[in-house]
Write a protein that binds this ligand. Structure first.
Ligand code: ZN
Ligand code: MN
Length: 439
């Protein structure tokens, strides 16, 4: 029996724009007093009209471009209807068949390409808070988050292990942070993960696919890994026990309990037709001109993988380059690039000293580098090479020595001291100079 997991990921990212997606309320809702950042639009009051946030649209296009998507010239918003207490309008403004961005990809370090199906724009819902008041179980609703701009990134089911899924997620996280559209702070719910998983089982009977399972709202990379691993095992077991295979109607939604480390059934999954999507009548369609796309493309900074390979080209080890890029150590990266033009500085060594905390890039880098990499006074082979080089480059002085001017030995020692920044023993140098001049 051969088992191949098929894992796709939906990632929701909250954008850090000043205002919400369709109104002027502040988008920064974290820690604010409940229901203090609302208006008729984001409360979904009748007659209120949404106006799209240009900055949010630009951010969505940036994400799409960074993920190698094509930007669709014609786009529109759609209404996705579903009832939920924190969705005041009874529908979410999202994008259905004409998203801003589609058909991109992201490369894993192995070279494997993970397809990106779409990157679309939508709005966040409010937040429910389940609590107890006067001995009664109640649910409170806070609409501060309602209407905050969201971007949804949907991958193809191209990942075959939890490790690949984790690498994909980390790369998405890094790209989002690098292009500056969101801090993607998972603890604040700014990046939410939803893996969809099923398993391809090959046995004597042929090839079988287990039913699709979507796991909702995971807020850490490690929980995503655990949920995926649990689900792969559970689905194989379920197949062995029941023989149930994937059909058009048996997709389900599960939650992940990070304490018990299990997934649990939430509901059978709605299909697209259940949402009764239709074009949002209050927002005209978008025509996105090439000029506009090119303007946005030019605003993109060097992406993490590009930055890593530019460091590697200077000779920096990949593992060090990855640390510098993932910790967004801009200063160190800049210094390595600047100093790589200096022959005496080895970028590989410089990067490694910074990554290992031996060199602080915010202080005098050159002085630190020189003192950290100075020649050891006891290293005779290094000293021999230095003295030999001085002899080779000063044939006139050597000629004088051969004529009997033995005091030129002092000149060679002086040069060698300079070269080693005074770290070599003059005694050893004098020995070496005499030996090499006479050889
Ligand atoms: Zn509002
Ligand atoms: Mn969504």
């Amino acid at each position: 029996m051969k088992i191949t997991p098929l894992i796709g990921l939906e990632v929701h990212v909250e954008l850090e724009t000043k205002s919400k997606m369709f109104c002027g309320c502040p988008a920064d809702h974290f820690g604010k007093a409940p229901n203090t950042q609302t208006c008729p639009v984001c409360l979904g009051l009748p007659g209120a009209l949404p106006v799209p946030n240009k900055k949010a649209v630009e951010s969505c296009l940036k994400i799409g471009l960074a993920l190698n998507c094509s930007i669709n010239r014609l786009s529109k918003f759609d209404r996705k209807q579903y009832f939920y207490p924190d969705l005041a309008k009874g529908y979410q403004i999202s994008q259905y068949d004409q998203p801003f961005c589609s058909e991109g990809f992201l490369n894993l370090d192995s070279g494997k390409k993970i397809g990106i199906e779409r990157v679309h724009q939508e709005e966040d819902t409010g937040k429910l808070q389940h609590t107890v008041l006067n001995g009664k179980k109640i649910t409170l609703v806070d609409f501060n988050r309602s209407g905050v701009p969201l971007v949804e990134i949907v991958s193809k089911p191209d990942m075959a292990s939890s490790a690949e899924a984790k690498e994909y997620l980390k790369k998405i996280h890094e790209i989002i942070r690098t292009i500056g559209v969101s801090s993607a702070d998972m603890e604040k719910g700014q990046m939410r993960l939803e893996p969809t998983i099923n398993v391809c089982i090959e046995n004597e009977g042929g090839i079988h696919y287990t039913p699709l399972v979507e796991i909702k709202n995971i807020n850490s990379f490690n929980f995503a890994v655990q949920a995926i691993e649990f689900e792969i095992k559970r689905q194989v077991e379920e197949y062995e026990n029941t023989g149930t295979e994937k059909s058009l109607t048996n997709k389900t939604t599960r939650g992940y309990d990070s304490v018990k480390k299990v997934t649990f059934l939430q509901r059978t999954k709605e299909e697209a037709k259940d949402y009764r999507y239709f074009p949002e009548p209050d927002i005209p369609p978008f025509i996105i001109e090439d000029d506009f796309v090119e303007k946005i493309r030019k605003e993109l900074p060097l992406l993490p993988d590009q930055e890593i390979s530019s460091l590697e080209k200077l000779g920096v080890e990949k593992k060090d380059a990855k640390v510098l890029v993932s910790t967004q150590n801009r200063l160190a990266i800049q210094i390595i690039h600047d100093y790589s033009r200096d022959d005496r500085v080895d970028p590989r060594k410089l990067a490694s000293l910074i990554v290992n905390g031996k060199l602080d890039p915010s202080k005098d880098t050159k002085a630190q580098y020189d003192s950290l990499t100075k020649v050891g006074i006891t290293d005779k082979s290094v000293l021999t090479a230095i003295v030999q080089k001085i002899i080779d480059t000063n044939p006139n002085v050597v000629a004088e020595y051969k004529k009997g001017k033995t005091n030129v030995v002092g000149f060679f020692i002086g040069q060698a001291m300079k070269e080693t920044k005074g770290t070599a023993s003059p005694l050893i140098l004098s020995e070496l100079v005499t030996k090499l001049l006479n050889s």
